[in-house]
Design a protein around this ligand. Structure first.
Ligand code: FES
Length: 571
């Protein structure tokens, strides 16, 4: 390699500092020639037993290391904060930015020339890519892979999606507690992340779509030997990327984001991808706006028949050929010359791929919806924008005028929703406040509020719901999310009262609170900001500095790339 590698600023030379850096590393059993100028590859591992979706990473990492060694590199694994969706409270999203800081500083402060990012559960993917983007070293992502399909009493069940359904069935009295408990064991049958097209599968698809992972990354199940092979090839490839000095900023172009947004529409991907891609673009310095989501994704058909929009699961997607097939099906909508971590273009990566099941990956003339993607709504209720996923919504509700039933907080919702005296009907619009980035804090996945029991018992299964929250990628319904500005900073959402008329018009991209300006001004004057749940600490910093959803909910001081210059010596 002609240029001096970054790691040689630690390990090269014969002075006291190099002695210190090498000597202590040798206690790992490394011989002299480990420091002879070969590329040092950091492997950023989000293993944690508290992040069950990533709990198999101790095995997976060994395949990456083998690949790095085979290609002549030195693999050095390091742990970072692991944002596990199923356990972290008040919400894993609160810690995405914290984890990204951990990743950024761990990369910049240590002797590495390239990085493998091991991601799986929802927030682990964006947190790693955001942190790495702020350093801009050669970096490649390997996802941990989805779980095998869930199976209950002979039928297929999907992570999350069926939890929401079963929970409502129990509340409606059509599913027994015994069956509900049986589903708990039947749903999570193997290592891996959620196997619906929830946020983890979406983000694994997004990194493949952006060109940050090898083709096939999204769909191979965690326990499939293909996943281990992919890890090994990923280890080999990052060593080559260091030699080529192929960095994130060369891959994360505006064309790459346009591709990813279109592919998100084609796969019926999670609404969470919106805030994550906006935040990643902000880190690397590529122009991307909320409206780009609508503009790029508006006419993309949803052709992947996976829950929550469709019927199948990630294992079926794998057997059908995986994401490269989806990309091939919509190739005319993609920038095929966009560069990827393979060193080849998107077009070259998808050459010759075949669809092995056109009931899973549908032909375009049989798409689930002709216009998939994410619709960005605006109006006096969301001057900064709000989003809805049309493929997960009820067509008849996409144009709707109804009276608001307002929940001031998630606790107010929980206390009130099953009150028999609650005045609510199937045409009502449920409005939830104070669940945005600052309000919750962390913008929790509570936007898909369960319907009132009395309406469930009448057979109602969807209603319009509006909030400043996010929703799980596994969820569904006519759910308006990410309303900006959020209620906790005095957005119009904070001013909605029970009985107000609200108009939703998805085709017209409109979200309107039908209350006159004078009345809104009176309500605004009387509004007081909620008191944050915790002062000080990381949560205090987060609430003070987090940006709104329409720009990615990053911390304002983390936006941008700060590079990977070698810091001054430590002793
Ligand atoms: Fe980890 Fe769904 S809880 S991916």
């Amino acid at each position: 390699m002609s240029r001096k590698l970054r790691s040689q600023h630690w390990f090269g030379g014969m002075d006291k500092d190099a002695f210190i850096h090498r000597s202590w590393m040798k206690n790992n059993g490394l011989p002299d020639d480990a420091f002879d100028g070969r590329p040092v590859i950091g492997i950023c591992n989000t293993f944690s037993e508290l992040t069950p979706c990533n709990a198999h990473f101790r095995g997976l990492v060994e395949h990456i290391k083998a690949g790095v060694l085979e290609a002549g590199g030195l693999p050095l694994e390091f742990p970072v904060f692991s944002c596990g969706e199923s356990n972290l409270r008040p919400t894993a999203m609160l810690f995405r930015n914290l984890a990204s800081m951990d990743v950024e500083e761990a990369i910049r402060g240590n002797p590495m020339d390239g990085v493998v990012l091991m991601a799986g559960c929802d927030k682990t993917t964006p947190s790693l890519v955001m942190g790495a983007a702020s350093c801009d070293l050669p970096s490649i992502v390997i996802s941990g892979g989805p779980m095998l399909n869930g199976r209950l009493k002979g039928r297929t069940i999907g992570s999350g999606t069926d939890v929401w359904k079963f929970s409502e069935d129990v509340r409606a009295g059509v599913m027994s507690q015994k069956d509900f408990q049986a589903a708990e064991s039947a749903m999570s049958r193997s290592p891996g992340h959620c196997m619906t097209m929830g946020t983890a599968s979406t983000m694994a698809s997004m990194v493949e779509a952006l060109g940050l992972a090898l083709p096939g990354n999204a769909a191979y199940p965690a326990v499939d030997a293909h996943r281990a092979r992919l890890a090994r090839l990923t280890g080999r490839r990052i060593v080559e990327m260091v030699a080529e000095d192929l960095r994130l900023s060369q891959i994360l172009t505006r064309d790459a984001f346009a591709n990813a947004i279109r592919i998100n529409g084609a796969i019926g991907g999670s609404t969470n991808a919106v805030v994550h891609l906006l935040a990643i673009a902000g880190r690397i310095g590529t122009e991307l706006t909320l409206d780009d989501w609508d503009n790029f994704g508006r006419d993309v058909p949803t052709i992947l028949n996976l829950m929550p929009s469709g019927a199948y699961l990630m294992e079926d997607f794998c057997y059908a050929g995986g994401l490269p097939v989806v990309m091939k099906e919509i190739a005319d909508l993609l920038h095929l010359d966009a560069l990827t971590v393979t060193g080849q273009s998107v077009g070259a990566n998808i050459e010759g791929v075949e669809n092995y099941n056109d009931d899973v990956i549908l032909p375009r003339d049989k798409a689930l919806t002709a216009s998939g993607g994410i619709a960005v709504l605006r109006g006096n209720l969301a001057p900064g924008g709000a989003i809805i996923k049309p493929s997960a919504a009820t067509p008849a509700l996409m144009q709707h005028r109804g009276r608001a039933v307002v929940f001031e907080t998630i606790d107010h919702y929980k206390a009130r929703i099953d009150d028999p005296a609650l005045e609510i009907g199937e045409t009502s619009i449920m409005v939830l406040k104070n669940c945005g980035p600052k309000g919750y804090p962390g913008m929790a996945e509570v936007g898909n509020m369960a319907l009132p029991q009395k309406l469930l018992k009448q057979g109602v299964r969807d209603m319009v719901r509006i909030s400043d929250a996010r929703m799980s990628g596994t969820a569904f319904g006519t759910v308006v999310l990410h309303t900006a500005p959020e209620a906790a900073v005095g957005g119009t959402l904070a001013l909605v009262k029970d009985g107000d008329w609200i108009e939703l018009d998805v085709a017209g991209r409109r979200l309107h609170l039908d209350v006159d300006e004078a009345e809104l001004a009176r309500r605004r004057a009387a509004w007081t900001a909620p008191v944050p749940a915790m002062a000080g600490g990381y949560q205090g910093l987060y609430v003070e500095r987090v940006m709104q959803a329409d720009t990615g909910a990053d911390l304002d001081f983390l936006v941008g790339s700060r590079g990977h210059a070698v810091p001054r010596e430590s002793h």
